[in-house]
Write a protein that binds this ligand. Structure first.
Ligand SMILES: NC(=O)c1ccc[n+]([C@@H]2O[C@H](COP(=O)([O-])OP(=O)(O)OC[C@H]3O[C@@H](n4cnc5c(N)ncnc54)[C@H](OP(=O)(O)O)[C@@H]3O)[C@@H](O)[C@H]2O)c1
Length: 113
């Protein structure tokens, strides 16, 4: 796929780094950004323009113009946020620390399958 439509869930530090790197990666576009605060999402989108600016994670996972979501929240939330995305049929990129323990990892993998 040449134009993978990325969404970012959580607009903190690692989200900034990811969005910056995405500009150089090719093959994808930043379609949507989501924060718990729409003001924070708007600030983020000033630096990294996106078609959709969401003030909730719920809106992001329900956005049909998002293929894959980068989970950029603290790792204690990775399990819940990854499964939340997967249950809405979104692909997920979740980096280290992947989860808190192996049980959570198993739950995430099982849901993805
Ligand atoms: N791959 C790597 O090398 C690397 C390096 C650093 C960090 N990380 C990963 O990225 C994670 C986040 O690190 P960060 O430095 O980006 O942290 P951060 O700046 O605090 O950003 C985390 C974001 O998560 C969202 N969030 C949702 N619920 C939250 C809650 N209950 N408490 C705090 N934030 C919440 C917030 O975004 P909104 O308010 O916009 O919703 C917040 O800005 C780390 O835990 C780690 O897993 C990976």
């Amino acid at each position: 796929m040449n134009n993978i439509r990325w969404g970012i869930l959580g607009c903190g530090r690692i989200a900034h780094k990811f969005a910056n790197d995405l500009k150089h990666a090719g093959g994808g576009i930043l379609s949507a950004v989501a924060s718990r605060s729409v003001d924070n999402a708007r600030e983020f989108a000033k630096k990294f323009p996106a078609k959709h600016i969401h003030g909730s994670y719920d809106d992001l996972v329900n956005n049909p113009e998002v293929d894959i979501i980068y989970v950029a929240t603290p790792h204690g939330l990775h399990r819940d946020h990854s499964i939340f995305c997967l249950e809405h049929k979104k692909a997920v990129l979740c980096e280290k620390a992947f989860a808190l323990n192996s049980r959570q990892v198993s739950e995430m993998i099982e849901c993805a399958r």
